[in-house]
Each structure stands twice: as C-alpha cells, then as structure tokens.
Ligand binder design. Sequence first.
Ligand SMILES: [Zn+2]
Length: 109
Amino acid sequence: MHELGITRNIVSIVSRHAKGARVKRVSLEIGKLSAIMPDAIRFCFDVCSRGTELENANLEIIEVAGRKKCRDCQLITETNQVFGACECGSWNTSPVAGEELRVKEMELV
Ligand SMILES: [Zn+2]
C-alpha cells in the first residue's frame, strides 16, 4: 500500500508549515488518474497524524476528474484511464488533468 508513504509525506509537509500550531482542517486534491485511493489515505491519515499537529484534524479530500487530450484532433475528454483511445480512433492521447496530488488548503486552530 503506497498510500502509507504518501500520507506520511503529506503529514510531514503540513506539520512543517503548521510550525507547532494545531491543524484543524487539511484539504487534499487527488486526481482520479493518480492511482491513489482516497479511502486508503483517510485510513493512513488517522495512523500517521497521531501525536502530530494534525491529530484529529478534519481531512477533506477533493477528487479531481481525469481528462485526456488527443494530440491528433485536440479533443479533450473525461477519462478514468491514463491510457485510452480518443473518439476519433487515435491512441495519441495524454492526460491533462487527474494525476495531481496536492495539499490545497490547511486551516490552523
Ligand atoms: Zn482525437
């Protein structure tokens, strides 16, 4: 489960920014193409945040829809797969959204 390592990183980044203050809320953006499971992040967050500034913080996860762009016809479509064919039949596509994982906001007490 690679979410454990990811969550540890998130906790350490947020905790560094909090500079000792209690964190009330953290909001994350997770792309649907990132292969990161929000439920796993939630589970790991409880474990990783224990004893840190983030303990008992409200974790908010915003899922970002995946989008791919076709390099042949320039069409942008929603997708749940990193690789996929365009409606025009071309496989010359690349993701333009949905691969992100970022801390969007944090709220201190
Ligand atoms: Zn196309």
